[in-house]
Design a protein around this ligand. Structure first.
Ligand SMILES: Cc1cc2nc3c(=O)[nH]c(=O)nc-3n(C[C@H](O)[C@H](O)[C@H](O)COP(=O)(O)OP(=O)(O)OC[C@H]3O[C@@H](n4cnc5c(N)ncnc54)[C@H](O)[C@@H]3O)c2cc1C
Length: 343
């Protein structure tokens, strides 16, 4: 079946009105401020809307990419064909256990910075290590996001996904509808910047050659995180606010301003990517309007008008030179999405 963006837009407009947009510039949405256009961009505000849209895409064979705040995505200059659905599902509740602990049950689209602000006021600790991580909880669990020697895996108990793997496999005349399933912590393969959801979905380097984006699937990712259960504990609100302020200050002193900047690589085991790139003189290196940050070399900064291809060129050069000098194979943390053809 051929995807017709105009017809799809009309159908989606009747469901989502002004929350759906045609030919939406991705530069407006991603942290790095690059990328072409999405054929269709839609913002989803409830699990019901998400289930409805994914089911419709499965039925109609419409390509769909689900994202959070796009702070760990590098969109291609050629954009994204099909629908990009931003998960803006923002509800959460706190179930107190009466022993100084609680379970936070949060939608995947809950923004980490906004949540931290609320939890600090309410005196619930557990997630403050992530002060300054600009994404959503759902996006965070994909990479097991973390900082200050902790990560989401330390506090996550379970999560619920919308499993659309069957919709990606079936032929056109056999629709397999997505369904909700729950994973417990131990089923998620959580480790340093990794979860089971990243298997075969990360860009890789072809030896010392090009960067290869993962193969696109019709419903991408095939398992979409909808709800998370996270352990919290009672903490003095003033202490929480102090910890958050300290973490933010640490970032301010050691990282570039977050506007139009993004983290790129994982730290290789036993090494610090900032120091590796500094040793080979990559700090401050530019390609077009993209620059490896002078403040912290794991950030690339869009100086204004950078292309995604400029960022990819810096990534490939850094990968190549680190391998040449140290024999270390760098891995990407940022994810390439859209119509990439990097050579
Ligand atoms: C200034 C800055 C600082 C950062 N600091 C850190 C840091 O200290 N530590 C760290 O770990 N990261 C850091 N990051 C990276 C990034 O913020 C995190 O990885 C964040 O958790 C990504 O969340 P997101 O909502 O933006 O995900 P997105 O970028 O929107 O998505 C990332 C990937 O997850 C998928 N995805 C998103 N939501 C879902 C969902 N609900 N279900 C299934 N798949 C989903 C997307 O399809 C995409 O493949 C930083 C980024 C920036 C720009």
């Amino acid at each position: 079946m051929i995807f017709n963006a105009d017809i799809t837009y009309d159908e989606l407009y009747s469901l989502f009105q002004e929350r759906v947009r045609r030919n939406e510039p991705l530069t407006r949405h991603c942290a790095l401020g690059v990328g072409g256009t999405a054929d269709i961009w839609v913002s989803l505000e409830s699990r019901k809307e998400l289930i409805g849209l994914v089911s419709l895409c499965a039925e109609e064979h419409w390509p769909l990419l689900a994202v959070g705040n796009s702070t760990n995505v590098l969109y291609a200059d050629a954009g994204v064909r099909g629908i990009v659905a931003r998960l803006a599902l923002k509800e959460y509740r706190i179930e107190e256990h009466g022993d100084g602990t609680a379970l936070l049950v949060a939608d995947a689209g809950v923004s980490w910075p906004l949540l931290l602000h609320d939890l600090a006021i309410l005196g619930w600790g557990g997630l403050e290590f992530g002060a300054g991580i600009p994404g959503t909880l759902g996006g965070g669990v994909i990479s097991n996001a973390g900082a200050h020697n902790s990560d989401l895996g330390h506090v996550l108990e379970w999560l619920e996904v919308l499993d659309a793997r069957g919709s990606n496999l079936e032929s056109e005349d056999q629709i397999s509808y997505p369904y909700v399933r729950r994973y417990q912590h131990d089923e998620l393969d959580l480790s340093y910047r990794y979860s089971r959801f990243r298997a075969k979905r990360q860009a890789r380097f072809d030896g010392q050659g090009p960067l290869i984006a993962p193969q696109r699937q019709m419903i991408e990712p095939p398992e979409i995180v909808m709800l998370l259960g996270i352990r919290l504990h009672r903490e003095d609100p003033r202490r929480l606010q102090t910890i958050i302020a300290e973490h933010k200050m640490h970032r301010k002193l050691s990282e570039p301003p977050p506007h139009r900047a993004g983290t790129v690589f994982k730290d290789p085991p036993g090494h610090d990517i900032d120091s590796l790139l500094e040793q080979i003189g990559m700090k401050g290196r530019t390609h077009g309007k993209a620059q490896i940050s002078t403040a912290h070399a794991n950030y690339i900064v869009n100086l204004g008008g950078a292309q995604a291809a400029d960022i990819a060129a810096l990534i490939m050069e850094a990968h190549h030179r680190v391998h040449d000098r140290f024999g270390i194979e760098l891995e990407l943390d940022i994810e390439l999405r859209g119509e990439w053809d990097v050579r």
